[in-house]
Design a protein around this ligand. Sequence first.
Ligand code: 4NP
Length: 169
Amino acid sequence: MIQVLFVCLGNICRSPIAEGVFKELVVKKGLDDIILCDSAGTAAYHTGSLPDKRMRKTALDRGISLTHSARQLCYEDFTRFDYIMAMDEANFANIREESFRVNGFYLPEQQLYLYRLFDPLRGESVIVPDPYYGEISGFVDVYEIVERSGEQFLDYLIEKHNLSPASGD
Ligand code: 4NP
């Protein structure tokens, strides 16, 4: 089993859409009994909430229903998840510091990543921008970024773990 955790600040915009889109890609490849995923936030402000309604609508318009209940990152996550994918540099730094605080060591490079490094169109930007205080177009941008990143990240996992995806798509 390969366990993947997507992490942002509030766990109501970027990480639940990253999780929802990635799950869909994993199912399409027939790898859902091998790759499991979840999402969490570094902050607890929205614990128990559904994803932001603008994010849910953006997802639903593209056939993806987001039902995740927001939760805060917790120390068990550092041992449970093989891949922890941070949406931006602040999330990355917070995860890193928290893992040091609770474990006494930093997470290895092969466990903690900036997710957008997997976006082939990232250009200079390595972050999935926070859409919360912006326009609806920001939510669409997030969707497109996590879709491209998810495709490339899944290819990376398939190659690294020598997985056998379903043929066809
Ligand atoms: P997220 O977006 O980290 O992508 O879930 C945010 C959600 C809520 C807040 C900030 C960012 N907030 O300040 O409440």
